[in-house]
Design a protein around this ligand. Structure first.
Ligand SMILES: Cc1cc2nc3c(=O)[nH]c(=O)nc-3n(C[C@H](O)[C@H](O)[C@H](O)COP(=O)(O)OP(=O)(O)OC[C@H]3O[C@@H](n4cnc5c(N)ncnc54)[C@H](O)[C@@H]3O)c2cc1C
Length: 401
């Protein structure tokens, strides 16, 4: 599918990037009847796709969506966590908790919805510059095409965006991006309905590797790492676990683990999704958080357009609203990431068996998107307290390695 419209006139709201955050922003803003231009740098929405496509069913509901034939791949009941050596532990539920989606089709589904709501989509249109031209006007430059005016720009152009700096805002710490690589494997052994996560220095130093069943005999296997060569590490995992499989497709991408920015708005400008660091630092997952923040951003931008005298107030409210929803959990995930991903293999091998007796409690409070409660519970657990000296020593060591 190729979605193309021709560049016409100025808009009320311009959205940079037709990913999940940008499409959700455009859809939400369109509900208030304002003119929206959605600009995507690539010729096709959703291509190239970098994402593994794991999304919780509760998160999907938060986005006002349910599973849908247009993008569904497989339902998932939980996850299996592999320590560097020894047996894995499982966190599972009797019923499905997550959905594996085809991310390209998901983004295209959202873009179609946006178009059906009156949004004008421009592909092959990279926004390179943001300027505030007057009290209530902004202007963006589209590479090789010219300038377009509007009242508000929503930057949803993903990790590495330079637009916030042009609006006088501090972007996320882009040095906190881990290189990631994924293979679509076919001809694997039979797959169940659990996601597998692999930890340790031999698998993915500083992060983790994953395998996600996409069919009965197919897997999306990938990893991100803070050290080492992603391809060498992934090839090794594939050789060991699915020696007879074939690589059907390869995707690379940047996993963002920086945490969110301090401020998400300036007059005529707001940003959402990866562009604003709205991702879970424990996993790099941002479909639900980015999508939801995109919705809030779209609503705020449209309200600002309709109430020009109070425009700044609406944009500032967006910044409060999304933090109210996610900030506490994101902070705890940041702490969890700093503590967990600095651990040595020896400590991980002690930690996993120590978690085994707590799995019932963990399952009760585990939430893929709001991980704050489970992290707090683990940090307060007395049985895990005996590992604190090791964890502290590992983290100090990792700072200098
Ligand atoms: C390997 C990997 C696996 C992942 N797996 C998961 C997962 O399983 N679950 C999960 O929740 N999250 C996952 N994520 C994270 C998830 O993909 C992102 O958090 C999510 O895509 C963020 O959405 P977004 O709309 O903010 O940005 P993006 O999806 O990156 O969309 C940004 C869009 O903007 C376009 N663009 C960029 N610059 C410009 C410009 N200047 N002008 C116009 N258009 C522009 C891009 O082409 C793109 O279409 C994964 C990430 C990686 C790298």
């Amino acid at each position: 599918m190729r979605l193309v419209c021709s560049l016409t006139s100025d808009y009320d709201v311009i959205v940079a990037g037709a990913g999940v955050a940008g499409c959700m922003a455009a859809i939400e803003a369109s509900k208030q009847g304002v003119r929206i231009g959605l600009f995507e740098e690539h010729p096709q929405v959703g291509v190239p796709s970098h994402c593994s496509g794991v999304v919780s069913l509760s998160g999907l509901k938060l986005l006002g969506m349910t599973s849908n034939q247009a993008f569904d791949q497989r339902l998932i009941r939980g996850a299996r966590f592999f320590p560097p050596t020894g047996s894995p532990i499982e966190i599972t539920r009797p019923e499905p908790v997550a959905l594996i989606i085809n991310r390209m089709k998901f983004d295209q589904y959202l873009a179609k919805n946006a178009i059906n709501n009156g949004v004008e989509l421009h592909t092959k249109s990279r926004i390179t510059k943001f300027e505030k031209t007057s009290d209530q006007e902004i202007q963006v430059t589209i590479q090789n095409q010219g300038v377009v005016g509007a009242k508000v720009l929503i930057d949803a152009s993903g990790a590495g965006s330079r637009l916030p700096t042009q609006a006088g805002l501090k972007p996320p710490d882009w040095s906190q991006i881990l290189p990631g690589l994924q293979y679509e494997l076919i001809g694997t052994d039979r797959q169940d309905d659990l996601v597998n996560l692999y930890f340790g220095s031999k698998r993915a130093p500083g992060f983790f590797a994953w395998s996600i069943p996409t069919g009965d005999h197919s897997v999306r296997a990938g990893l991100a790492t803070s050290k080492g060569n992603v391809r060498t590490l992934l090839d090794q995992l594939v050789k060991e676990r699915w020696p007879k499989s074939k690589i059907d497709a390869t995707k690379s991408g940047s996993v963002l683990v920086s945490g969110p920015v301090d401020r998400c708005w300036s007059p005529g400008f707001i940003f959402a999704g990866d562009a604003a660091g709205q991702v879970k630092q424990t996993t790099g997952g941002g479909i639900v958080i980015g999508g939801y923040c995109g919705m809030l951003a779209g609503k705020a931008a449209a309200s600002a357009v309709k109430n020009p005298r109070r425009a700044d107030q609406f944009l500032e409210t967006y910044d409060h609203e999304w933090r109210e929803k996610f900030s506490s959990d994101l902070k705890k995930m940041g702490i969890g990431r700093r503590l967990f991903f600095g651990l040595s293999d020896a400590t991980l091998d002690k930690l996993f068996p120590a978690l085994e007796p707590l799995l019932g409690e963990i399952t009760d409070v585990a939430d893929m998107d709001f991980q704050g409660t489970v992290i707090t519970k683990l940090l307060a657990n007395r049985k895990l307290a005996s590992l604190i000296p090791r964890i502290a020593a590992d983290n100090i060591r990792s700072l200098f390695s």
